[in-house]
Ligand binder design. Structure first.
Ligand SMILES: CC(=O)SCCNC(=O)CCNC(=O)[C@H](O)C(C)(C)COP(=O)(O)OP(=O)(O)OC[C@H]1O[C@@H](n2cnc3c(N)ncnc32)[C@H](O)[C@@H]1OP(=O)(O)O
Ligand SMILES: CC(C)C(=O)C(=O)O
Length: 514
């Protein structure tokens, strides 16, 4: 297996994302996390850019051990001297000098001819080389540079002492075949290329940064520059977690690996996202919240039978605790049964069918189904007697100063009964009276509580009722996203208990959880 060097530039190119600035302590924290992650090189900043950048590079160089610490510099003496000043305390320093080479950059930005570019690039590398051996040179906008000229610049930089030549696709213009071709051209035509490591630095403007980096590796690149969560200029850089897991998961094809401790990927992603405030999209590969979540019933069923049916990586290998079988409107019985078991229920297949119907209805109304929702649905359904009344529908009218009215339809076995009640102290009382008319059972409500059992705007409400009948206490519990319905269900549950005589003596022990 070929060992690919992972060059992390979260603290330099990543920090160039608008809004991603980090202070000194935050940079030190990220640098330490990158060491724990096992990156080979940390580009800690661009020391000439500001006193703060200089101090951050100096601080990281002074305390972070075990990895190479790199500082960026343009091809001029002041930048290179300042970069070295910041890096002197590093155990393994690297100076990274760059100069754009494409026609567009030469003509409009640098206003330099080809000869001057080659001379400035070589001079920059030589000056940096006076300070340390480990020198990286980048021909900025290499992917849009004429291939002949790129070969000349790279050869000159290596001749001047560059130990790494980094090939940037600065504006994310390349495609995988293009990027692979650029690297192959260098491999074929630069005579001294074997004296340096070829690196790649891809931007994500077309969403191809990882694919382009992989193509470069396929054609011989030995270093990949990347950032945590892919942050960086504009659409960002090659995402470290993605390139690392692509190389690892498809080791069969690339025959390459890295020194990354992959179980640190998710925690490091969270740290960088928390510090920069740049949120990771839910469907982001490897570290997004949905990366190991499955909602589709067919996938969940496959996962429960054999996880490799729908997962190419194990969540624990990237630091995610476990696969998440999310229960939602696309889920099936297999996942529901699995969750019921995990919640400690023993549900028969008939009970599961009943709970599953309720679950699908709830899932149509509610975006996310939490464990508490499932528990509530199961509690409502398991053990239901066939001759118990169940709610078909209700309607209630109430307004201040007017007599409320309600119509309730209940069913039991094969019968379905509707009745209307005018009167009562309010809408709930009107509904309870209609239930009493239909069932022929009267109860006196002694305690009535409503609370939210799950989170969010579409949370389920739970109503619990304690009612008296014939000297005994009966409890009822109802759960619904509609609190009026939850109350009706709780009342009906208490009435049903009267029918089967499962009450407690009024002065006796209170029953346990309902
Ligand atoms: C592709 C990349 O990501 S490269 C890194 C980009 N990162 C940054 O630019 C962030 C930090 N930058 C900064 O803080 C500032 O731009 C500084 C401090 C570096 C320079 O600031 P200023 O001196 O005010 O220059 P300004 O940014 O306006 O323009 C850049 C100058 O550098 C020149 N330049 C650009 N790249 C290079 C290079 N590699 N080598 C030499 N000169 C260069 C430009 O031609 C321009 O020169 P000019 O003023 O003579 O026209
Ligand atoms: C300095 C270089 C490597 C760079 O960031 C780019 O070209 O995108």
């Amino acid at each position: 297996m070929r060992r690919i060097t992972i060059f992390d530039t979260t603290l330099r190119d990543g920090e160039q994302s608008p809004g991603a600035s980090m202070d000194l302590n935050e940079k030190l924290e990220v640098a330490q996390a990158l060491v724990d992650l096992g990156v080979d090189v940390i580009e800690a900043g661009f020391p000439i850019a500001s006193p703060g950048d200089f101090e951050a590079v100096r601080a990281i160089a002074g305390v972070v051990r075990g990895v190479q610490i790199c500082g960026l510099a343009r091809c001029n003496d002041k930048d290179i001297d300042r970069a070295w000043e910041a890096l002197t305390g590093a155990e393994r320093p690297r100076i990274h000098v760059f100069l754009a080479t494409s026609a567009i950059h030469r003509e409009f930005k640098l206003k330099m001819g080809k000869e001057e570019i080659i001379a400035r690039a070589a001079a920059g590398v030589r000056r940096a080389k006076k300070y340390c051996d480990n020198i990286e040179f980048s021909p900025e906008d290499a992917a849009r540079t004429e291939p002949d000229f790129l070969c000349q610049v790279v050869e000159a930089a290596i001749a001047a002492g560059a130990t790494t030549v980094n090939i940037p696709d600065t504006v994310g213009y390349a495609t995988p075949a293009h990027m692979g071709g650029v690297i192959q051209t260098l491999v074929d035509r630069v005579p001294n290329l074997d004296r340096a490591v070829v690196s790649v630095h891809c931007h994500n403007d077309l969403g191809l940064a990882v694919a382009n980096s992989l193509a470069a590796v396929e054609h011989g690149a030995g270093q990949v520059e990347c950032t945590i969560n892919g942050i960086g200029e504009r659409a960002g850089n090659c995402a470290l977690e993605e390139i690392v897991m692509a190389l690892r998961t498809r080791g069969d094809f690339y025959n390459c690996d890295t020194g990354i401790e992959t179980t640190r990927l998710a925690p490091t992603s969270r740290l960088v996202s928390g510090i920069t405030g740049m949120q990771v999209q839910r469907n982001k590969a490897i570290v997004g919240r949905n990366a190991f979540a499955h909602e589709a019933g067919i996938h969940q069923d496959g996962m429960l039978k054999q996880r490799s049916t729908y997962e190419i990586m194990r969540p624990e290998d990237v630091g995610v605790s476990k696969t998440d079988l999310v229960l939602g409107k696309h889920s099936g019985r297999a996942a529901l049964a699995d969750r019921a078991k995990a919640l400690g229920y023993h549900v028969s297949s008939e009970e599961l069918d009943r709970v599953f119907d309720d679950f699908k209805k709830l899932a149509d109304r509610k975006k996310e189904i939490f464990d508490a929702d499932i528990a509530a649905l199961i509690d409502k359904r398991i053990g239901s007697e066939d001759d118990a009344w169940s709610l078909v529908s209700y309607e209630v009218r109430a307004a201040s100063g007017q007599t409320p009215s309600s119509t309730v339809t209940l069913s039991r076995a094969d019968e379905s009964v509707s009745d209307t009640f005018f009167g009562g102290d309010g809408p709930l009382d009107a509904l309870f009276n209609a239930i009493e008319k239909i069932t022929g059972t009267s109860i006196v409500v002694r305690d009535f509580r409503v609370r939210s059992v799950t989170r969010g705007k579409d949370a389920q409400g739970e109503t619990t009722i304690e009612a008296e009948h014939g000297g005994k206490l009966y409890r009822g519990r109802g759960v619904s996203t509609d609190t009026v319905e939850a109350s009706v269900l709780a009342f009906l549950a208490a009435v049903n208990r009267v029918a089967v005589g499962s009450g407690q003596p009024l002065d006796g022990e209170r029953p346990g959880a309902i």
